[in-house]
Design a protein around this ligand. Structure first.
Ligand code: CTP
Length: 406
C-alpha cells in the first residue's frame, strides 16, 4: 500500500543529533509513495550527509538559496508541496522561524509557503522549557503551524538528561503527516462557492466607493477547500493576493455583478462562503465623464446596494450550507447573531475590526463562530489559513451530522 502516492512533501532537516531519525522518516515517506523534497540547513549537513537523503528519496537535496551561481526557486519549491515537515527542529531554527527570518533556504521556503507546516522539535530539555523557546513555539502555533510536542525519555546524547525534548519517533511523525494529507479529498465531489475581496461602486470613470478588504480570508478558504478536493468557484472583487491554483475565478467589480455571479454559481452548490465585503452603498447616478474640480464640490447622493446573501436566497439549492462573516466594531456577538438570523445562515464568523491582528488586511484573524444551535466558539488568534481550515472542519462536521438545518 502506498497511501501517499503522488503527494508532495517538503522535509526540512535542521542541525540536531535527532536527524539520524529523520533518515528513517524520509525512508518511510518515500515508501508510502510521497515525492519528498529534502531541504537541509548547513548545520544539518554536519550530522547527516545529503547523499543519504538523496538515495532514500531519489531526488536532489536542497541546501542553499544560491546553487551553482543561480538563485534557487524557493517560491516554486514551497508552492509545489502540500505539507512542510521540519524534523528535527532545533531551538535555533524555531527561533528564526518565529522571527520570520529568511536567511537560509528552509526559512525562506516557510515564508513563501501556503501549505500546512508541521514542526517536530528536538532539543535538550532545558532549552525546550526555556521561556524564550516556550514563547517562540507559542508564536509559531499562533501563525498556524502545528507543533508535535517532543516526548520525554533519554535524549540522543548519553550525557544529557531525560526531560522533555526528545524528538518523536519516525512512525509518530508519519502518522501526523497523514493527518495533514487526509483532509484532501474530504470535500471531493462538493461544489464550493467562495466570495472574496471588496467590490467597487463607481462615482465616475476614475473614482469609486469601496472598503479596506484585502480578500485574504476568502482566498484562504478557496485554497483550503481546493486542497480538500472540492470544485471551487471564487467570485472575487479586486484582490491584494494571488488566487490559488486550480480554482475557477470570476472577477467582478460592483456589488450587483457579485450578486449575479453568486446567483449563477449557486446552481448545484453544496457550500457558499460569503467572505467578501461588498460595498453597501453606491452613488445614485454614475457620472459619464470625470468630475472636474473646477466644477466645484457637489454632494454625491447614495443608495443602498442589494444584500447579496438575502437577494440570492431563493437560488440556494436545498441543503446548501451557507456561511457568512460579520466584521463588527461593537456589540460583536449580538450583531453577528442578528445577521445569522436575518441572512438565513448556518454559521456566521464574527470578528472585531478594531482588534490588532484581526480583520482586514493582515494575515491573522481572531474569530468567533456562531451557529443557530451551538454556543459561540471563540478561536485563538491564528493565520487566515488556519481559520479557513477551522471553518471547513465545522462544515464537514455539519455534513457528517446530517444536512443543513434550513
Ligand atoms: N453581505 C452581502 N451583501 C452585502 C453586504 C454584505 O451578502 N451587500 C454579506 C457579507 O459578505 C457577510 C455578511 O453579509 O458575509 C455580513 O456583512 P457585514 O458587512 O458584516 O454586514 P452588513 O449586512 O453589510 O451590515 P452592516 O454593514 O450594517 O454591519
Amino acid at each position: 500500500m502506498r497511501p501517499f502516492s503522488g503527494r508532495r512533501i517538503l522535509l526540512g532537516v535542521t542541525g540536531g543529533i535527532a536527524s539520524y531519525k529523520t533518515v528513517s522518516l524520509a525512508r518511510l515517506l518515500a515508501q508510502a509513495g510521497a515525492d519528498v523534497d529534502v531541504v537541509m540547513t548547513r548545520s544539518a549537513r554536519e550530522f547527516v550527509g545529503a547523499v543519504t537523503f538523496e538515495a532514500l528519496t531519489a531526488r536532489p537535496v536542497h541546501v542553499d538559496l544560491i546553487a551553482d551561481g543561480h538563485a534557487l526557486d524557493h517560491i516554486a519549491l514551497a508552492k509545489q508541496n502540500e505539507v512542510i515537515v521540519v524534523a528535527p527542529a532545533t531551538a535555533d531554527f524555531i527561533s528564526r522561524a518565529a522571527a520570520g527570518r529568511a536567511d537560509d533556504l528552509l526559512t525562506a521556503c516557510l515564508l513563501a509557503n501556503a501549505s500546512p507546516v508541521l514542526i517536530v522539535p528536538a532539543m535538550n530539555d532545558r532549552m525546550w522549557s526555556h521561556p524564550q523557546t516556550v514563547a517562540n513555539v507559542a508564536h509559531l502555533r499562533r501563525l498556524g503551524y502545528a507543533v508535535l510536542e517532543p516526548g520525554t525519555g533519554p535524549l540522543a546524547s548519553p550525557d544529557e538528561g531525560a526531560g522533555q525534548g526528545r524528538m518523536r519517533e519516525p512512525e509518530e511523525i508519519l502518522a501526523a503527516v497523514a493527518r495533514f494529507l487526509e483532509p484532501a479529498g474530504a470535500l471531493s465531489g462538493k461544489r464550493v462557492v467562495v466570495t472574496a475581496g471588496p467590490t467597487r461602486e463607481p462615482i465616475d470613470p476614475v473614482r469609486f466607493i469601496s472598503n479596506r478588504s484585502s480578500g485574504k480570508m476568502g482566498v484562504a478558504i478557496a485554497r483550503a477547500a481546493k486542497r480538500r478536493g472540492a470544485e471551487v468557484t471564487l467570485i472575487a472583487g479586486p484582490l491584494e493576493v494571488p488566487v490559488p491554483e486550480g480554482v475557477s475565478v470570476i472577477r467582478v467589480e460592483r456589488t450587483s455583478e457579485m450578486a449575479d455571479a453568486v446567483r449563477a454559481a449557486l446552481v448545484g452548490a453544496n457550500l457558499l462562503v460569503m467572505a467578501a465585503a461588498p460595498a453597501d452603498f453606491r452613488p445614485r447616478a454614475v457620472a459619464g465623464a470625470k468630475l472636474k474640480k473646477s466644477a466645484g464640490l457637489a454632494p454625491i447622493a447614495l443608495e443602498q446596494t442589494d444584500d447579496i446573501l438575502n437577494s440570492t436566497r431563493d437560488a440556494r439549492p436545498k441543503g446548501c450550507v451557507v456561511v457568512g462573516f460579520a466584521l463588527e466594531t461593537n456589540d460583536i456577538l449580538a450583531n453577528a447573531a442578528a445577521k445569522l438570523e436575518s441572512k438565513g445562515l448556518d454559521f456566521i464568523v464574527a470578528n472585531d475590526a478594531t482588534e490588532t491582528g484581526a480583520g482586514f488586511g493582515g494575515d491573522t484573524n481572531r474569530v468567533t463562530i456562531l451557529t443557530k444551535t451551538t454556543k459561540p466558539e471563540t478561536l485563538p488568534l491564528m493565520s487566515k489559513d488556519a481559520v479557513a481550515d477551522a471553518i471547513l472542519d465545522r462544515v464537514e462536521l455539519l455534513w457528517k451530522d446530517g444536512a443543513s438545518g434550513r
